[in-house]
Design a protein around this ligand. Sequence first.
Ligand code: HEC
Length: 291
Amino acid sequence: MLNLLNRIILTIFISIIVTPSFADEQHSHGANTNYLNTDWSFKGIFGTFDRASLQRGYQVYQEVCAGCHSVQHLSYRNLSEEGGPEFSVEEAKAIASQFELEDGPNSDGEMFMRSARLSDKFVKPFPNVQAAAAANDGAYPPDMSVLAKARAGGADYIYSLLMGYEEPPSGFELDDGVYYNKYMAGNKIKMSAPLMDGIVEYADGTEATTAQMSKDVTTFLVWAAEPHLEAQHRMGFKAIIYLIILLTLVYMSKQKVWSRFNSKEESEEEAFDKAERMVTEYEGEDPKTFK
Ligand code: HEC
């Protein structure tokens, strides 16, 4: 009984410590490719985003990917929120004001164009899925708000895909508008390599190599899919500390409660004798002799 309790407490304790480190691995099952290995600062229970990388990633998204891919769940105000790229509110306002969207109707019943505000969602490159597919040779550029979560492999997959363009092996048939990519299912993708060295000029002076841009834009996309990741990590950490304290208290009180029975290891026989003695004493003439 005693050992069983100890074991239960130990098991809970170990599972608390071990579980979170597996939580981030959930995407990797079912992936059939060896993705390129990258150190992501946001992995693990203490993971946080690299702020500068997020800001550069936004720049890459905006200057390169946004021509085809929407991120419909993000609002411009998210860009200045804690846990994200953390642009200042002024910067986020300036970013929003570069985009135009249709609003209305006004008092005359007409729709009108105005520049975007912090509260607006990111302006989409195409009004609907059909228009997006029509402009891309029938292939729909998926919305990026949840892409990093939706694809097995997550960040590693997106990063690898961006780095995975190669000359097709000889004899590999490719139609027009289809490109060879090592990490795409079937190795065929209807998106030409979107990045090449120097395609953006980073405001912070970082050299814009394909690898650097891939890493930055992937970081941005992971944040876009999980804008509250850092807050969740903090909460998870607090919950773990709380549980550890709670378990320690449970363990200590268990030790205390059981200490009477556990003062020394007794054989079953001894325990029986002792019980018998107690009963005899109790049945004796003087009840005070009972202890
Ligand atoms: C010219 C338009 C265009 C641009 C620019 C573009 N993409 Fe795409 N992208 C597409 C299309 C079309 C598809 C769908 C390809 C397919 O299904 O074969 C796609 C698919 C993808 C996929 C999903 C692959 C999958 O698993 O289905 C990812 C990830 C992706 N793009 C990332 C990016 C990133 C990051 C950028 C910017 C650096 C970018 N794309 C820029 C058109 C574009």
